[in-house]
Design a binder for this molecule. Structure first.
Ligand SMILES: [Zn+2]
Length: 280
């Protein structure tokens, strides 16, 4: 069933677990991820960036694909369809109107007051439609499009003011994490994370989960991370398998076989992440 993030994140927070957010890019990935999560009987969040949505034909198409797969594959777990890094109020409204059950408004490039203003506007619209909202504070390194950006840690007081004034459902604070592949060891501020979790009392989100040691992931969950975004790792594992398949089978041209050659490695990442985040 399609649900918003509120209940499943609060449940996870109470149980000191995290919910996996997997970014999707096409029909096949969506199918593989749904099948694997359903097998494990774990709720998941399907993240769709603005560019992935464009790639798939727009928000309405993405919604139709997810909704139809849930029905056709008899998926019984809770699924959240979430806009990842919505860049403006109008983009969030478009996704919500198309049927998305959750949105992230990323106005973190603005100053605190403007970030609050835009985020609050999205929350007001989302609440009427029973849609959950995630927002960002500070600057998470890297970018969804692979362009490097500066890391700027979230300020604890900004986080408190922000959550209080926006009434968001979950917060993505920059704690030294980065999108894409880390250059060297990630420098994560566990103390800051713990403080933000205590003071804001909302589920926290980790972007850029690829490349963080499993033992650190467990520690992050213990200190308040409740949603972990997985994007790059899916892309690397899928494309490595497909590349290997094409190299080994130069005569194959059936696109279904080519796309499917990455199925098992994609599902393996999904399985490993869910098991890790649920501390199984
Ligand atoms: Zn992100």
């Amino acid at each position: 069933m399609l649900v918003n993030m509120r209940q499943i994140l609060n449940n996870a927070r109470n149980q000191k677990k995290a919910i996996a957010h997997f970014n999707i890019n096409n029909l096949e990935w969506t199918k593989y991820i749904l099948e694997e999560a359903n097998k494990l009987n774990s709720p998941i969040i399907l993240g769709v960036s603005e560019s992935a949505s464009k790639h798939m034909g727009g928000y309405e198409t993405v919604y139709a694909i997810v909704k139809s797969l849930i029905k056709s594959l008899n998926i019984t777990i809770d699924i959240v369809l979430h806009l990842d890094h919505g860049s403006s109020y109008s983009e969030c409204v478009k996704a919500i109107d198309a049927g998305f059950t959750s949105v992230m408004i990323d106005a973190s490039k603005h100053n605190l007051l403007d970030n609050i203003k835009v985020t609050k506007q999205v929350v007001d619209y989302a609440k009427q439609k029973n849609v959950s909202v995630e927002a960002e504070i500070g600057h998470i390194g890297g970018s969804e499009d692979g362009i490097e950006g500066q890391v700027l840690l979230a300020d604890i007081n900004d986080c408190i003011v922000f959550v209080k004034n926006t009434q968001i459902d979950c917060l993505a604070p920059a704690i030294g994490n980065a999108h894409g592949v880390y250059q060297g060891e990630p420098k994560l501020d566990f103390e800051l994370l713990e403080q933000i979790s205590k003071e804001t009392n909302v589920p926290l989100v980790l972007h850029g989960g690829t490349g963080i040691k499993n033992s650190d992931i467990i520690r992050l969950i213990d200190k308040g991370i409740t949603k972990i975004n997985i994007n790059t790792e899916l892309q690397i594992s899928w494309s490595n398998s497909v590349r290997e398949y094409i190299n080994k089978n130069p005569d194959i041209y059936d696109p279904r076989k080519i796309i499917k050659s990455g199925e098992e490695s994609l599902k393996k990442v999904v399985r490993e992440k869910i098991e890790l985040f649920e501390n199984r």
